[in-house]
Design a protein around this ligand. Structure first.
Ligand code: PRP
Length: 176
C-alpha cells in the first residue's frame, strides 16, 4: 500500500498535532449540548482522533452521504444514503468531514441539519482544497489547506482503498 504513494502531503506527526488543536478550538466556543456528526465514510479516521481530543460529554451521530462514488471527481450531487436522519432540536451540531473540495457535501448536510431544529451548525474538516469551492459557505475549522490534488489516506479513499494510511498522500499515477 505505501509503495503506491508518490509523496506524503501531511504526515502522521503533523496530523496528530493539528487534530488536537482543532479539538481545543471547537471547545473554545462552548462545551454544552454538542453533537458531533461524522460524514461516512471519509471522516471516520479523523473523527475518531478528534473526539478523543475533546474531553467533554458530547454525542456522536453518523450520516452516510456520498458524492464521489469511489471516483476522483465529485458527481455534483450529494446523496443521503440513510433512511432517516436524527432530530437535532436544541443542539450545537459540529459536522466533521475529511475534506472540503467543492463544498457541496458540507453545504447540503448543514442545510439538512439546520432544518432539523439544530440551535447552531458548524463544520470541521481536516483538509480544504484551495480554489475548488463552488458554494458560498466556508468551513469553520480547517486542519490544512492543500492544493488541487487528488489525495488519499487518513480516511480518504481511491476506489474504496487507502483509507487506513496513517498520513495524507498523493497516489502514484501507476496506482490509478
Ligand atoms: C468525499 C469526501 C467529502 C466530499 C467532499 O466523499 O469524503 O465528504 O467528498 O467533496 P465536496 O466538497 O466536493 O462535496 P465521498 O463522496 O467520496 O464519500 P466517502 O466519504 O464515503 O469517501
Amino acid at each position: 500500500m505505501h509503495d503506491d504513494i508518490a509523496n506524503i502531503l501531511v504526515s502522521e506527526e503533523q496530523i496528530e498535532v493539528r487534530v488536537k488543536e482543532l479539538g481545543v478550538k471547537i471547545l473554545e466556543r462552548g462545551n454544552e449540548n454538542i453533537v458531533m456528526v461524522i460524514l461516512l465514510k471519509g471522516a471516520l479516521v479523523f473523527a475518531a482522533d478528534l473526539f478523543r481530543a475533546m474531553p467533554v460529554k458530547l454525542e456522536i451521530e453518523c450520516l452516510n452521504v456520498s458524492s464521489y462514488h469511489g471516483g476522483m471527481e465529485s458527481s455534483g450531487k450529494v446523496e443521503f444514503l440513510d433512511q432517516c436522519l436524527p432530530d437535532f432540536t436544541g443542539k450545537r451540531v459540529v459536522v466533521v468531514d475529511d475534506i472540503f473540495d467543492t463544498g457541496l457535501t458540507m453545504q447540503e448536510v448543514c442545510r439538512e441539519i439546520s432544518s432539523r431544529g439544530a440551535q447552531s451548525v458548524e463544520s470541521c474538516v481536516l483538509l480544504e482544497k484551495e480554489g475548488c469551492r463552488t458554494v458560498e459557505m466556508k468551513p469553520d475549522y480547517v486542519g490544512y489547506v492543500i492544493g488541487n490534488e487528488f489525495v488519499v489516506g487518513y480516511g480518504l479513499d481511491y476506489a474504496g482503498r487507502y483509507r487506513n494510511l496513517p498520513y495524507v498522500g498523493v497516489l502514484r499515477p501507476e496506482a490509478v
